[in-house]
Design a binder for this molecule. Structure first.
Ligand code: NDP
Ligand code: 8X3
Length: 236
């Protein structure tokens, strides 16, 4: 299988592990994120190790202009995208609702909900034109349940859960598949970002337990993407 795959948030964690897995399996890739140096280093490593073609696009998913331009400016063969992995996302802060920082709330809502919407809105017409496509939305168990101080992060992931179902219904008639991958705790840069770079606080959620690794989630994303056209995993 060589399906051209577009991955948001490929500069670390689940997205990076997914880029590595898909390249290992022979897929050409469009990898994206804001950190240009990391993207270029990953592109170089994947091309030399796996002999696949990789395009690196750096943009902020919160910026609708940057998102739509990135997709609009693609030239063949890079327009033949078969899989979009909406993975870019973050938690910012962990506070009781009355103490929440508005800036943290805006970042999470703008990235996890609006960023995923901008990407999907830009890509879906291309999939419809090509007559096929698969959108894989990285949600979370936080999109199914809530936990103390998780309020707004959980709300954004509940929104992803609803969008995942809604876009599946809307896009089915065009032969486009939509899948939610909803992991539990994964040890990535997620916690460091949530605690604004405080490594000591970031370690605490993983204490006394064995978290998932980005590679574990990448295996699941690979599995759902490699099934025949008539088989769709709605939610895993
Ligand atoms: P990481 O922090 O390791 O990776 C997050 C990725 O998202 C980075 O590549 C980052 O790239 C990108 N990103 C963040 N904000 C933006 C933005 N505004 N524009 C473009 N890219 C952005 O975390 P994870 O790998 O853990 O997170 C990936 C996804 O998995 C997220 O949606 C997260 O909510 C979800 N998830 C994580 C879990 C966990 O426990 N770790 C569990 C369940 C779900 P850059 O900074 O270069 O822009
Ligand atoms: C990330 C998992 O439990 O930190 O979505 O919210 S959790």
């Amino acid at each position: 299988m060589n399906k051209l795959t577009f991955i948001t948030g490929a500069t670390s964690g689940i997205g990076q592990a997914t880029a590595e897995k898909f390249a290992e399996m022979g897929c050409d890739l469009i990898i994206t994120g804001r950190r240009k140096d990391r993207l270029n280093a990953l592109k170089k490593a994947l091309e030399s190790q796996h002999h696949v073609k990789v395009a690196a696009l750096h943009f902020d998913v919160r910026n609708e202009n940057e998102v739509s331009e990135a997709v609009r400016d693609l030239k063949p063969p890079w327009t033949e995208i078969e899989i979009l992995i909406n993975n870019a996302g973050l938690a910012a802060g962990l506070d009781h609702i009355q103490n929440g920082k508005l800036d943290d709330w805006e970042r999470m809502i703008d990235t996890n909900v609006k960023g995923l919407l901008y990407m999907t809105r830009a890509m879906a017409p291309l999939f419809i034109k090509n007559g096929r496509g698969h959108i894989i939305n990285v949600g979370s168990t936080a999109g199914k349940e809530v936990y103390e101080k998780g309020n707004v992060y959980c709300a954004t992931k509940h929104a992803v859960d609803a969008l995942n179902k809604g876009m599946r219904i809307d896009l089915l008639r065009h032969g486009i598949k939509v899948t939610a991958v909803n992991p539990g705790l994964v040890e990535t840069e997620f916690s460091l970002v949530r605690f604004h770079g405080d490594a000591e606080k970031a370690r605490i959620p993983y204490e006394g337990m064995q978290p998932l690794r980005g590679e574990d989630v990448a295996e699941v994303i690979w599995y759902v993407s490699s099934l025949p056209d008539h088989v769709n995993i709605n939610d895993i």
